[in-house]
Write a protein that binds this ligand. Sequence first.
Ligand code: SF4
Ligand code: FES
Length: 226
Amino acid sequence: MRVKVLRQLSPFTEPYWEEFLYDGPGDNTVAGLIDYLNYHDDIVDINGKKTTRIGWECSCLQGVCGGCAMVVNDMPRLACETFLRDLKGEELTIRPLRKFPVIHDLVVDRSVIHQNLMKSDIFIGAYQPSDGADHEHQYSVAKCLKCGLCLEVCPNYVNGDSFFGAIFANDCYLVSARNSEKRKEITELYHSHFGNSCSKSLSCMDVCPMKIETIASIAKMNRQRG
Ligand code: SF4
Ligand code: FES
């Protein structure tokens, strides 16, 4: 299998495509494929030219850390959850997420997500027991990996913008449901910030690895008043 990887050696250098030949097992994941290519000390490109290991990020290899988020065959996916057998074609293209600054090859800087959550004060804070209402959706939303795959396909998210799509809507819902002291403030923030910016393409839901029903968070927040 031919594998094209968009590489960038540092934040200050230009990206370029490099091709590799993958002759490993067919039941591998994309994460396993990158690992396989990187395994050799004498890693070479498809023409036999010596090159460097492909930079990428992972922690869990089981779809829970979000570190391996990247774009595979033009679809944002978690590399460790994407099996080669499910991809069509003889060629694979892999590139980093486009909405974040590249640090090295497939490693991007997603710190803007957490900075924005902190700046807007969108976090639960002191523990408050759930009142049991809507527990299922709260639990589902709390599974967000902050992987950023949803931002890749969000037509309204521009790099670094303080509007950050599904993550913003879901976390506003979660915090306002779990923290009565912050409810009014977060609800106002949601209406002034998200309500005017989201055009409801809902492509975020198509790519979310945790299958979060962002539309439900939006509906609940739209009904809620501070
Ligand atoms: S909403 Fe889904 S796609 Fe977006 S950051 Fe959370 S887990 Fe990732
Ligand atoms: S390595 Fe953790 S989600 Fe893929």
